[in-house]
Design a protein around this ligand. Structure first.
Ligand SMILES: N[C@@H](CCC(=O)N[C@@H](CS)C(=O)NCC(=O)O)C(=O)O
Length: 332
């Protein structure tokens, strides 16, 4: 028997479940290993950064960061492919993957730690995962500790008094847009999952496991709910659709969420880092947003711009990106 891939992850980590969903779709033998005190020593042999997921290949190489993990495995195991063959669709898929990872994470993290009900549910689940055999008393103490630590960290993704409303409005709007798009198809780009599905799904799935977002998804977005379930064990039900068929309901998502919010935010964040600022403000769709800059996002914006620069014939792509307000942010 060949050694399977090992995925060190956490059930509450959007990037971990994203990578697991991808391995399931690819049909690649893998072992899911919860990162905890018991598995920490093995984890540390391969991890360069203290984050999950960590994938250990059958050859014993450790890889981190979900986007490069998917890209790397995709080159080694190209079938079934997650990149639509049409260049416009392929780039939009990469753009939505980045949007999910970086902007979708604000929805998930903000909602998870904003209200008592979600704080208690999430901290309780995290505590149980860390100490499965804890007594009720120990569990309550651990829950309180995790809750305090995580609530104190929401500023990190830009969640604060000024931005809370903007983050929540963005989530509710995105749910409506996605629901319309998923009403007539199983996945974002047709009858099989694409790169973009994995990035966006990791965040929305996690949000749905918490009470407030569960109520929003279940009450307002039944097609998104079906997709949330489907993406746990995704499979190819047919082909990718031509972009022309996707555009009527996908372009509004690009315009309202990616062009108006995510890309201007990402550009302002990168500029603030380059200028060595401690804090930055930017007007997003008419409302002021302020936060401390986030380091990782400048790196992932640069990677996205590189993908844009490498896209072949850009006539159709540029026309779409221009119409949806996404072009300026992608041209470095
Ligand atoms: N960009 C990274 C982000 C990974 C990440 O932020 N992981 C979080 C959990 S979702 C983490 O491991 N935080 C530190 C910890 O849990 O100890 C990726 O896509 O894999």
């Amino acid at each position: 028997m060949t050694t399977p891939y090992r995925i060190f992850g956490a059930e509450l980590s959007p990037y971990s479940v994203k990578v697991r969903s991808y391995f399931r779709y690819k049909g690649l033998a893998h072992q899911w290993i919860p990162r905890n005190a018991e598995t920490q020593a093995e984890y540390q042999k391969y991890a360069k950064l203290p984050i999950v997921p960590l994938v250990v290949t059958p050859a014993g190489e450790g890889i981190q960061d979900s986007t490069p993990i998917l890209e790397r495995i995709e080159t080694e195991h190209p079938e079934p492919g997650i990149h639509p063959s049409e260049p416009v669709a392929a780039f939009v898929s990469a753009l939505l993957e980045e949007f999910g990872d970086e902007w979708g994470n604000k929805w998930m993290f903000h909602y998870r730690w904003a209200r008592d009900v979600d704080q208690l549910a999430s901290a309780g689940r995290l505590a149980r995962g860390m100490m499965p055999l804890a007594s009720e008393e120990q569990h309550a103490a651990m829950t309180a500790q995790i809750r305090e630590r995580m609530v104190g960290r929401v500023w990190f993704v830009g969640s604060n008094e000024k931005t809370a409303r903007q983050i929540e409005d963005s989530f509710v709007d995105a749910l409506a847009l996605l629901d319309a798009h998923l009403a007539t198809r199983s996945y974002l780009f047709g009858a099989r999952p694409a790169f973009g599905d994995f990035g966006l799904w990791g965040q929305i799935y996690e949000a749905w496991t918490d009470p407030t977002c569960a109520a929003l998804v279940e009450g307002r977005a039944k097609h998104v709910l079906d997709w949330v379930h489907r993406m746990l064990w995704p499979r190819a039900e047919g082909a990718f659709e031509p972009f022309a068929a996707l555009e009527p309901t996908l372009a509004p998502l690009l315009e309202r969420q990616v062009g108006k919010l995510f890309l201007p935010w990402s550009v302002a964040n990168a500029a603030a880092l380059a200028a060595g600022k401690e804090e930055f403000s930017v007007v997003l769709d008419g409302r002021e947003w302020s936060q401390k800059p986030q380091k990782y996002h400048a790196k992932s914006l640069a990677a996205l711009r590189e993908k844009y620069a490498r896209a072949g014939d850009k006539r159709a792509l540029d026309a779409l990106l221009e119409r949806t307000g996404c072009l300026a942010g992608l041209r470095a």
